[in-house]
Design a protein around this ligand. Sequence first.
Ligand code: ANZ
Ligand code: ZN
Length: 718
Amino acid sequence: MAKDYDPKDIEEKWQDSWDKSGIYHTPDKLEGKENEYILVEFAYPSGNLHVGHWYAFAVPDIYVRYRRMMGKNVMYPMGFDAFGLPAENAAIKNKLNPREWTFSNINYMRQQLHSMGASFDWSREVITASPEYYKWTQWLFLKFLEKGLAYRAETPANWCPSCKTVLANEQVVAGHCERCRTEVEKKNMMQWNIKITDYADRLINDLESLDWPKAIKEAQKNWIGKSEGALIKFDDIEVFTTRPDTIYGVTFIVVAGKEDKFTGRYVTNPATKEKVPVWEAEYVMSDYGTGAIMGVPADDERDMEFAKKYDLPIIENYTKAGFEDYGEKVTKYKLRDWGVSRQRYWGCPIPVIHCAKCGILPVPASELPVILPEIDDYLPSDDGQSPLAKAKSWVNVKCPKCGEEAKRETDTLDTFVDSSWYFLRYADSKNEQEFASKEKQRKWMPVNFYSGGAEHTTMHLLYSRFFHKALFDMNLVNENEPYSKRMNRGLIMGPDGQKMSKSRGNVIDPDKEVGRLGADTVRTYMAFIGPYNEVGAYPWNPDAAVGVRRFLERVWKLKEKVKEGEQSGVILDFIIEKVSKDISTLKMNTAVSALMVAVNSFNKLQSISKESFETLLKLLAPFAPHITEELWEMLGHKDSIHVQNWPTYDPKKLLNDEMILAIQVNGKVRGNLSVSRRQSDEEVKRAALILPEVQKWLDGKEPKKVIVVSGRIISIVT
Ligand code: ANZ
Ligand code: ZN
């Protein structure tokens, strides 16, 4: 009697074995194979992997493994976005050193990532907080400075009084700090800015060439917010309008203000020569357009609301003017320059020196990196000074030009600068002479496929596109755009369908799930939970996860049925085609369903051929890399299943084979299922019952009745 399936016996064993043999190490060139770069957003070292990390890294690993078996030389790197406020806040709270905190978290998380059985190439790891990395962040910053793309200016900054630091516009959510939710104040401060606005048009126009979801492109366009309009002067008040043709309908002027009030002034409408009152109001933003508008209540909703509220005149019918009759054509953008100064310790030091005589000077390239010094007191001061200002022996230096007493810049860089180029470093992570050689870049860039979170649509994705374009103009990279294809993944929710949170007690701990069910089950269940490239929210269903474990147990048992040379009655061509198509379009869920159907069909047979079983294992290998490797070895193979070629199918056998069945639960259509015409009603029913959409309606109960109606509909009654 063969041993029962126990992931504990095999998963660690294979993880260590893969490490030793180095099968996931990706050379820059592999004879006869095309390079492919599959990227996932690197991890923030918060100290513990949660289900979200698993979902972010383990599901793309399925795609990566599939592409490898399809004959590509795939780079799938991992690293850590290791600077930033949480490290520092945790350090302040628990009296720890942010560096030690961060690096011990990284060590722990590496182990956890290991338990995923993912095929990361760790030899390319990057850690943004290591001097080998931030040396190049500093070097790149100085390039921006040299080109006039980085500048220092007194700018109204978003100041979080709780984090005691400046935030970028993108980090302010409805007037509150994205991190700590404190209300953000406006404060005029000397800030380092990067001129992303110079690239606004290209950032919009070049979206067209990208294979990105429409929703992400739209979000970026809206964020950049390009408007063609006109500037019109009402005496000394200049307004920005996108509808200069409505000038005859103007009944008031509004300038940005803190409360709604009449200023007592009147100005002249250049079209009618009539006087209109000037108001102040909150609905006009001070930092958009000219900070002043012409009020056209008949055509603008907010102006109408305002006119009604304060009893201002409304002109319903008026003559339309020509676009440039009374003003000058202009283009305005919502996008602002990117404020990159942070008055915090745990970040990349901005490598410049302030000299009273010579001004702002770059630290000479030969002196990079400017090492972040060790300090004792990480608390920022209330006056907005970085804690680094207290490190006197570090701050005080000689001016590189005149040799007089000078001071280092004490602000550090926004971590979004660190993450704007990490994908380039993966291509050449050990290079000590360059941030990444052009030769190595040519091997890997642009990224073929980039998977990440929807929260990065207007921050990281916009910043890094801009960064790359600027580097392209400096002839430091070969491509105009960094990522050919992008997708945003969905979210895993708690079993109650709510966002996982400690206070709700609905948090799923992946380590525990791996302990209970094994990594292969957790990976396969995550694939099964829903299509990966749709921004859905999928509840974690512990019973469905157990269902996936049973499925793997059935695969394990199938081995006993394998007979050399015996022919199976199950035709796998359809399954091969289905699984291939589904993985390549990231519909991992239906790929798993198809595999479940195949296993059920095999189960009913007395014996199966070794060849069919091997095909099944190869199809399952990307999802469940450990169990398939173990079974593969049991079949007598010496080399890994993960270096085998993906099974091929005979397209002739597929003709008209697929059909789509609608699934009804208690009379309502709840989903559909694509099946082979060759499948029996029993197989079709079983496949329907394990779909997550159906499981949701069954709620753990056995259905009262399941019928396949005239080969078109599966009807389930609960
Ligand atoms: C007159 C008018 C008539 C307008 C009409 C619109 C419709 P976007 O597309 O977002 O650029 N506006 C201009 N500056 C503003 C500010 N600082 N705060 C709030 N609103 C401002 O919108 C431009 C329009 O928004 C401008 O055109 C102006 O109102 C308003 F039937 O001028 B319009
Ligand atoms: Zn000087």
